[in-house]
Design a protein around this ligand. Structure first.
Ligand code: SME
Length: 164
């Protein structure tokens, strides 16, 4: 069982991610159930950073369907032409929104969310799922988050999608 990380106060966000990488890798390599792994990754990131909402939407048919998450309740289904998640899935690229109030198509699940980052898992040119994180702070995400979250998503891809 993975332990919760204890890091010295003042540790940078990048250092926290770097400490999480081996923990997440070990956690998911030993388990072949995708939902279980997404649930634990949500818990690990929520515990490490205390973001407002963190979770996954899976591509089911032609829309995104809510998967494992940590935080307040969220909308269940997102069409690809709606929201930051839909934009991420249709563009097949990470989307960083410094201020959700400035993003015309943002779907408001919680009025506390101020900034958002969404990272896709793409396999064989298809989006399989997205990792969505909301923060209560404006401009809370940077390229560091994008790179580190993309690395976490690539671990999920290697673990669950590499053989087909
Ligand atoms: N804000 C997202 C919807 C999902 S929630 O934030 C959990 C969006 O615009 O796609």
């Amino acid at each position: 069982m993975a332990e919760t990380l204890t890091l010295p106060e003042g540790t940078s966000r990048k250092e926290v991610y770097e400490a999480l990488f081996p923990q997440i890798r070990a956690l998911i390599l030993g388990e072949d159930d995708l939902i279980a792994n997404l649930a634990n990754i949500s818990a690990v990131l929520k515990t490490a950073f205390d973001f407002h909402w963190i979770g996954f939407y899976r591509m089911v048919g032609s829309e995104l369907v809510l998967g494992p998450f940590q935080g307040p309740l969220a909308c269940t289904r997102i069409p690809l032409d709606k929201g930051v998640c839909g934009a991420c899935a249709s563009q097949k690229q990470t989307i960083l929104v410094p201020d959700v109030n400035e993003f015309p198509d943002h779907i408001v699940c919680s009025s506390l969310s101020q900034s958002e980052i969404v990272v896709p898992l793409v396999h064989n040119s298809e989006v399989k799922l997205v990792l969505d994180i909301d923060s209560e702070l404006v401009d809370d995400f940077s390229d560091i988050d994008a790179q580190c979250l993309e690395k976490i998503v690539s671990m999920v891809r290697e673990c669950h999608y590499s053989s087909d």
